[in-house]
Design a protein around this ligand. Structure first.
Ligand SMILES: CC(C)(COP(=O)(O)OP(=O)(O)OC[C@H]1O[C@@H](n2cnc3c(N)ncnc32)[C@H](O)[C@@H]1OP(=O)(O)O)[C@@H](O)C(=O)NCCC(=O)NCCS
Length: 299
């Protein structure tokens, strides 16, 4: 008897459950399946900082994920939204996002959308604000740039947390103390000091294929370069990444000259209220800005 060379399988049922119980290796396999660079350790860090759900099939395999991070009573970012490739375009992403939106109530939301996800978020009411440039590559010896006048660099330690969190709050618009505390544990941090005060800072940690620099908070391109340059010099010859919304000017030029050209872009989007300052208008009137994201999920 000749058997058919094709078979029609029933689509199966997915169930949402809390991410905290999911196996890290299963999450890692999910992000690998969509070509993301996260290591299991990178998942561990984001999982500690937010809440999330996974979509499982009938035998418990993890085929989808979505997370949200409550930075303030009225502000949340969304990230780690993934549908396993074989289930894409069937409504799983929308279903997971509707669940996240229900969980986040009336809070203002921000996220960084990949090209694949932009249409989904737009149809849920999110508004595109700015592009976010993923700059990465094999770092090369960075150009020599003098420090801004009357400043010096020094290493950050736990005692600096309150001061950098205050700077970050002005730049980011929400209190990220828990994020900064967790990241400082696994990062090398630098502060730019003027008149005894921290005026800019940067963290650099292992991530994905190499290291990522972020967050970076500074008031000017010159200050941002000052706190980023030593990290580049530390990683010459190895893979380095920074995500920035600075499109033009000395800072992105410096990144390109350091072997970190733009590799890809995502779109920062918001729901319910604007997330990012308009171009030209700076939060805090000329105060500190986010020059490097902590990550695409955390903003
Ligand atoms: C983005 C992603 C989560 C969407 O998941 P999904 O389960 O395919 O989403 P849905 O089936 O619910 O589709 C939702 C909408 O997005 C559209 N869409 C899905 N994949 C798309 C793609 N690759 N390009 C353009 N649009 C796409 C669908 O057509 C649908 O639009 P419609 O409702 O107007 O028809 C999935 O493609 C994915 O995991 N991509 C890789 C990881 C990623 O980029 N995550 C987003 C992080 S911000």
């Amino acid at each position: 008897m000749v058997k058919s060379s094709s078979i029609q399988l029933d689509s199966f049922e997915l169930t949402l459950s809390e991410m905290e119980n999911a196996d890290l290796d299963a999450l890692h396999a999910l992000s690998l399946a969509v070509g993301w660079p996260h290591r299991a350790e990178d998942w561990q860090i984001v999982r500690e900082m937010g809440r999330g759900v996974v979509a499982r099939d009938a035998i418990g395999r993890v085929l989808g994920s979505a997370m949200w991070f409550d930075f303030a009573p009225d502000f949340t970012t969304i990230g780690m939204v993934i549908t396993s490739p074989r289930l894409q375009m069937l409504g799983t992403g929308r279903w997971m996002m509707e669940h996240v939106l229900a969980q986040t109530g009336s809070r203002a939301l921000g996220l960084n959308a990949t090209r694949a996800a932009k249409r989904l978020y737009q149809s849920l009411g999110f508004r595109a604000e700015k592009l976010d440039y993923q700059c990465n590559g094999e770092a090369v010896s960075p150009p020599i740039v003098p420090l801004p006048p009357r400043t010096r660099l020094r290493a950050l330690d736990q005692a600096d947390l309150a001061e950098i969190a205050t700077l970050d709050l002005v730049a980011y618009g929400a209190d990220r103390m828990p994020v900064l505390t967790r990241l400082l544990n696994v990062s090398k941090g630098l502060a730019l000091i003027r008149d005894g005060r921290t005026v800019a800072f940067s963290l650099c940690r292992r991530f994905g294929r190499g290291h990522v620099i972020g967050p970076v908070v500074a008031t000017s391109d010159e200050e941002a370069i000052a706190v980023v340059r030593p990290h580049v010099a530390d990683h010459v010859g190895s893979f380095l990444r920074i995500d920035t919304r600075q499109q033009a000017g000395a800072f992105p030029q410096f990144l390109a000259q350091s072997g970190l050209p733009v590799y890809d872009t995502v779109t920062s989007m918001s729901l319910r209220r604007a997330w990012l300052p308009e171009d030209g208008a700076q939060p805090g009137g000329g105060g500190p800005l986010i020059y490097g994201l902590a990550s695409q999920a955390l903003g």
